[in-house]
Each structure stands twice: as C-alpha cells, then as structure tokens.
Design a protein around this ligand. Structure first.
Ligand SMILES: *Cc1c(COP(=O)(O)O)cnc(C)c1O
Length: 386
C-alpha cells in the first residue's frame, strides 16, 4: 500500500459496514461499566468467573513484591519466584509435566507454532481457529491446510494427502465466536493415526469447562499423551493477564530455547503472576462459580428460544445470536446500548461473511435478574424475523 492510499482504504472499510470503533469504558464492578456518564451492564466480557475484581485476586496483586515491571525477559533477569511458582501450579492443575508462561495468548500461539513447525512442514487448522493460530502458521512458513469447522473427515483427507513428515494439527478447544467445542477425541485419533502433533488452544475452556475447571481436556478425559500441546490464557476466566503452554518436560524446555515470542520479550509483571496464583486457587476451590454459570446459560437458552432467537449449538458462556448483515448486527448492538446493555457486534473478518452476530457472554457474577433484563430488551428488538 502506498502512503497516499490510507484515507481511501479507511473509507472502504466504512462503506462495507466493517468500521470498528473503540468505546471508552471504565469498570465499575464485575458486570458493570461506565460509558459516557452512564452505567451499562456488560454482556461481552470474557471474565467468565467474575475473578478480575475478586478481593483475594486484587489483594495478591497489591501485595506482590515491590516494583511493577519484571525488568527483563525470562532468560535474562525477569523470571521471578512468582512466575516460577505459577508455572508449577499450572502444570499441576492441568496434569502435565511442566508449564511455561507467555506474555499473551497471541504470543504463545505465534511462539509455539513457529518453534515446532517450519518450511517443509504442514499445519492443519480448523477454519474457525483464532486469528493468532492462523498467524502462527504464517509466521512458521509451513504449508497451511484449513479443514472444515469441526470436520474430522475433512482433516483426515488433508492428512492423507500430506507428504511431509512434520505435521501439526491445531484447534481451539472452545471456539471463541461460536461457543462450541472441538471434537477432540476424534481429533486425537486422526492425529495419532497420521503421526501428527496435536495442539489445543483452550483459551475459553480453562476455568469454565469440566467439573474441576480444567477445560475441554477434562470434559473429554484426555491427557498429555492424547494432546501433547495445551495452550491456556489467563486474561479470560482467570481474570488476569498472560498465557501459558503446558506439556512434556522436553516440549517446554524446547519452547524456552526456541520460541521467539518467549525469548525476545519482557516477562509479565510478577504481581500479575501472584494475582493469577490467587485466581487459580479460587478456580480450584469454588466450583459453585461454574454451577452458577451453567444455570445462567440454561436459563438464557430457554428464554432466548422462547423468543425465537437464532442461537448456536453452544453449552458454554459464549452464546452468539446470529444476525447476518454487518449493519443489522451493529444496529442491534447500538439499540442494546441505548437500553443500558453492552453486547458487542462481531463482524467479518472475525467471523465468516454473512454471519455477523451479537456475541453474548455470561459471567458467574451476573444475576438472574440481569439476564432476564437482557432477554426483555432482546425481545423488543425483533431479531427473530429471519
Ligand atoms: C483470546 C484468545 C487468544 C489470545 O489471548 P490473549 O492473551 O488475549 O492474547 C488466543 N486464542 C484464543 C482461542 C482466544 O480466544
């Protein structure tokens, strides 16, 4: 692109109904934000368990070692006892030999994929995988094959065509814009038969899915031998910030040696690691948060189907309402905001063209009354005319 083209390109984005605007929001509580002097009920955060402002998480953050920044990367002088303890606790929680922290999930995915695959290798990804997983494949320079969403036969076909020895199958655990689960037992079988690695990014499952909150792998009773590479993020159900990869001793040691997004970046602030240790304790000790969430999800699905809304096949706190056109989705989000409810409209390229949607998410901190208010306002929008 030439520098003179910028403004024309911006107009083009606007003409397609794809212009994105940031809203300036200040958090008031787990589920309320302030926007231009008004209080809005938030139904689009990923703080699924309401831990981002939990008193013990906040206390751990405030009580952490003096100083804010870690001062350096993990391999120089940034790796503190707080980071190290969190890594050990995450390995134990996920039932894996070892874990390593990354500064964000985006960076973890770029780092893992580009460390494990390169030119000459093939990477197989679900069509609806998170952008960071697709970008990881591009960075790796490997051949990328995208298979139909959740379709293990489609994957099998691509694996059968593959002539390379290095093969990496990559999937979201819970799909971030649809809320459905990957068919992991079948993916494990297909990967094993083809002698391919399997990597699962469970950003939206950890903390939420499974009786113990251990994510989609707990749900399907799968371990490290089945899924050798597990990525988790800390900015969602954990309510803090950062990410980790968990797996075998050798895998983690190799990532420490070779993942460029691990090596060439500053370690997270140690206070974030301390806060995350506190949220991990709550995830383990307070299963009622997951029960509360399940109750809200069931109530919403019943209420929304009575209203004739188009829901997706999701049992997770991600409950999208498909609208179709970009403009209609944006208008619905605007109308909800007028009524004091924050629900973001998700448009292409985040989701396929023609499937713009309201992405409703729930938190254990929501009350049934708040959820009923959402249903009441959705009813007035007449979104069921399809
Ligand atoms: C949010 C998300 C990420 C990115 O994690 P960050 O820590 O926010 O960078 C990666 N993968 C999936 C599936 C996600 O939903």
């Amino acid at each position: 692109m030439k520098p003179q083209e910028l403004s024309a390109r911006l107009r083009e984005i606007e003409d397609q109904g794809l212009y994105r605007r940031r809203r300036v929001l200040d958090r008031l509580s787990g589920v309320e934000v302030a926007h231009e002097g008004r209080r809005l009920l938030n139904f689009c955060s990923n703080d699924y368990l309401g831990l981002a402002d939990h008193p013990s998480v906040v206390a751990a953050f405030r009580g952490a070692a003096p100083g804010v920044g870690s001062g350096a990367s993990h391999l120089v002088s940034g790796h503190s006892s707080a980071h190290h303890a969190l890594e050990e606790e995450l390995a134990e929680f996920t039932g894996r030999e070892r874990a390593v922290l990354f500064s964000t999930g985006y960076m973890a995915n770029l780092g893992v994929i580009s460390a494990l695959a390169g030119r000459g290798d093939w990477i197989f990804e679900d069509r609806l995988n998170h952008a960071s997983l697709l970008d990881g494949a591009a960075l790796a320079g490997a051949r990328l094959k995208r298979y139909r969403h959740g379709d293990v036969e489609s994957l099998g076909g691509s694996l059968a065509e593959c002539s390379a020895e290095g093969r990496l199958v990559v999937t979201d655990g819970v799909f971030s814009m649809d809320g459905d689960l990957a068919p992991l037992p079948e993916l494990v079988r297909a990967s094993r038969n083809a002698n391919a690695w399997l990597m699962v990014d469970d950003a939206h499952g950890l903390g939420v899915i499974g009786a113990g909150g251990r994510g989609v792998l707990e749900h399907y009773a799968l371990g490290q031998e089945d899924v050798p590479i597990l990525v988790g993020t800390l900015g969602k159900a954990f309510g803090t910030f950062g990410a980790f990869v968990a797996g075998s001793r050798d895998l983690i040691e190799f990532l420490i040696q070779r993942a460029r997004t691990y090596i060439y970046t500053t370690a997270l602030p140690p206070a974030v690691a301390e806060a995350t240790r506190a949220s991990l304790r709550i995830i383990r000790q307070e299963p009622w948060r997951r029960d509360q969430l399940r109750g809200l999800i069931a109530r919403f699905r019943t209420g929304a189907s009575q209203l004739g809304l188009r829901l997706m096949d999701s049992d997770t706190p991600i409950q999208p309402i498909v609208i179709g056109s970009n403009e209609a989705a944006t208008a619905a989000s605007g109308a909800l905001m007028e009524a004091g409810l924050l629900v973001s409209a998700i448009r292409p390229p985040t989701v396929p063209a023609g499937t713009a949607r309201l992405r409703v998410t729930f938190s254990a901190a929501h009350t049934e009354g708040q959820l009923d208010r959402l249903l009441e306002v959705l009813d007035t929008l007449k979104l069921n005319a399809s």
